[in-house]
Ligand binder design. Sequence first.
Ligand code: ADP
Ligand code: MG
Length: 696
Amino acid sequence: MSNLAEAFGRDVFSPEVMKERLPEQTYAEFCRTLETGHRLDLETANVVAGAMKDWALEKGATHYTHWFQPLTGITAEKHDSFLAAKRDGRILADFSGKELIQGEPDASSFPSGGLRATFEARGYTAWDPTSFAFIKDNVLCIPTAFCSFGGEALDEKTPLLRSMEAINKSALRVLKLFGSDAVSVKPTVGPEQEYFLVDKEVFEKRKDLIYTGRALFGAKPVKGQELDDHYFGAIKPRVAEFMADLDRELWALGVPAKTEHNEAAPAQHELAPIFESANVATDHNQLTMETMQKVARRHGMVCLLAEKPFDGVNGSGKHNNWSLSTNTGDNLFEPGDTPSENAQFLLFLCAVIAAVDKYQDLLRISVASAGNDHRLGGAEAPPAIVSIFLGEELTEILDAIENDSPVGAKEKELLKVGVHVLPRFPKDTTDRNRTSPFAFTGNKFEFRMLGSSASVAGPNTVLNTAVAEVLDRYAEALENADDFGTALHDLIRREISAHKRIIFNGNGYDEAWRREAERRGLSNYVSTPDALAHFLDENNVQLFTNHRVFSEAEMRARYEIMNDNYCKIVAIEAATMLTIARKDVLPSVSRTVHELADTLNAKRATGLDPDCTYEEDTLQKLSALTGRAYLAVKDLANATQEARQLDATDEAARYYHSHVLPAMAALRAAVDEMEVNSARTGWCYPSIGAVLFSVK
Ligand code: ADP
Ligand code: MG
């Protein structure tokens, strides 16, 4: 165990390292910065930078980089060596406070959604001292925020940090009313990460996996996950070695990887970390995804992070466990034992219920992507309708408060918030209802709609800001109340009544729920373009601008980028399908037909009248399918051509969804049927089954 404790965070410039290496006063100054969120002055930054450089050089680092998260979904880095020329011409290792605090990468190729013209392409990176620097592949990585010359956010981190500030302020305001002396509140996040592992050699034979990360063709495998024999099953030795290696690398980087297990689909696995502050958890999830891919290669495998790599078996998501924690370590969603603790819990619970109801569209948008569209709404992932699972017992308590009725059959007393102790309700630490998109699990919420490849920054930015907005409203109502207790009880009652439509404890996969949700007026956006159409709704613009999380210009830019991203992904998938169909499938099936015709002729030429039914039927069938597939290729080519003509990105996104995706599906159907009717040896790529069971 001591080994593990030593290994954890070995490559991180952590507070422990800083305490050891910084002068006492500098360290104190740094800690104050962390607590208050103020900028570090240059003098202190210089001292920190010097210590950081010495530490990094001792550990063998040669370069440093400002590590940031542009709106490409992955992280970016530009390496500079520590070498610097001194005035006297000597070359020395150097690293200044200024270099630590701010960088200026030439950023013209990162998505900006029109916030920045190419001639003023400079972007700025600014050090985020709340996420610690670390060494990766001999490079000192400094987590930074990324913005334009005018200060507009061009990344995932900036809005997330702003949203954390918003919820800190609002939650403290409410806590004060309960007599709390907390000085800060942070959202905590534990993202459970799903992924697939496939053999590298098999992977290399599939261009669709290489270019898009998902199988665009492929008949349903003869065996999928029907037997549930993979879920939590014994881990294969090769995968176990990968997981051990992955854990070691992640621990060195200070990522608290905790649980590794097999998931539902063959070749599918999951990693769950210990939760951390939302900002650090987001950075660590990016590092986790990157490290998974790197370590898999080393083990002769490829890690697939796409949301739906294979039709017919489950896709991959991310369960975003979220809660609020004070500087003294109190979890604000812990129900507590006393009437006062219960009352505070109920108010925060109501704030989440109200926030999820009022901003359900934004939550849906925060998980929208071309890849995740293939998952949400299938009977495997939460539906595209946002709702909250509370469990029967807690729902019953809320009902009793709303209706001024006794809880349960036995109790006669009415439940008065702040006066009575809440009846015990079972803690849901196991996923009791896996179909719910947003579940209360005892002392935290689990938002389950996230796709496996996306950053968790967006969904948490929405969640933090939406809850902050509601908490502010509560604070206003309660701060001026004559009688706090009565006002609190009434407020909670009103809120339950106003937002209970979002609570649903039943089966989210049921068709009946779709109809019921519609009756309740909940949104159901089945595709990304459908969802994105609501991003700039008045309600949403007001939320983000009020809390200074996004300016309207930043929102418009993101709207552009999200639509554009959707178009690009579908366009690449369509182009990949066209290439595979034209260059591999059609020529190969045509050859097969030729062979069948040769065989037929040869058989007939024997004059023996042999049975030729197989050759005749297959020849007919493959010929017809070739014709069908060829037409589908032409349709798909036309559809992508049309899509490219559209200038407005939102219009183009809608067109890709309504025309290009159906054309892709038609081509796939024809090609997959050919695969079923063709010899294994002649087929141009390994079957889905071969890929899913490729890691022995
Ligand atoms: P399971 O969901 O498998 O029953 P847990 O509920 O213990 O397991 O935890 C699942 C994930 O939720 C883990 O990543 C864990 O760190 C995270 N988690 C637990 N408590 C919190 C919290 N207060 N805030 C955020 N995430 C949390
Ligand atoms: Mg879970």
